[in-house]
Design a protein around this ligand. Structure first.
Ligand SMILES: O=c1[nH]c(=O)n([C@H]2C[C@H](O)[C@@H](COP(=O)(O)O)O2)cc1CO
Ligand SMILES: [Zn+2]
Length: 165
């Protein structure tokens, strides 16, 4: 018997882990996930957008509009920053980060300072906004490679039905 041919690629695997991590997010509008991978293709950190430890998901606001302090923006920790902070306790020099959304300027600073050398994203839908223009500028100056993830399929379906295993 010959080997299976429709197995997922490394890119599909790691962006898949990023997207699965995003499913943990409590943000009703936007769920973002990120996955950090070392040069040996081992996962060394994952994260999703959420409140800092100790800040109750039910007490803090999730709205986008209103007074700044009544919105989610001052409180939410972005997926990419969480993935960096949640790493398995190693230096991240030379690692790559897979992220559902192209990183904002704040996460970009953390990515660069952590020594991550490649950003692989699924969506760049905010590319025209200042924050993301700043991100690209910093990543390019810092020599961090940027590319859109390469996928060979539209979706991967997971079943939790034991009969499907
Ligand atoms: O890279 C990102 N990583 C990340 O975790 N986020 C989070 C912060 C917010 O919870 C949400 C974006 O808010 P909004 O729904 O206004 O688009 O996604 C947002 C970005 C922006 O690209
Ligand atoms: Zn960010």
């Amino acid at each position: 018997m010959s080997k299976r041919e429709d197995y997922i690629t490394w890119d599909e695997y790691f962006i898949g882990v990023a997207l699965l991590s995003g499913k943990r997010s409590k943000d009703p509008a936007t769920q973002v996930g990120a996955c950090i991978v070392n040069p040996l293709n081992k996962i060394v950190g994952t994260g999703y957008n959420g409140l800092p430890i100790g800040c109750n998901d039910d007490e803090f606001p999730w709205q986008k509009k209103g007074d700044f302090l009544d919105t989610k923006y001052p409180y939410v920790c972005h997926a990419e920053l969480n993935a960096i902070l949640n790493n398995i306790g190693i230096g991240l020099q030379g690692c790559k980060i897979y992220t559902a959304l192209f990183p904002c300027n704040e996460c970009t600073k953390a990515i660069i300072q952590a020594g991550i050398t490649e950003v692989i994203y699924l969506s760049d839908k905010h590319a025209a906004k200042d924050s993301f223009i700043a991100s690209r500028k910093m990543l390019e100056k810092a020599g961090v490679s940027i590319r859109k993830v390469k996928v060979q399929r539209e979706q991967v379906i997971l079943s939790f039905n034991e009969k499907d295993v």
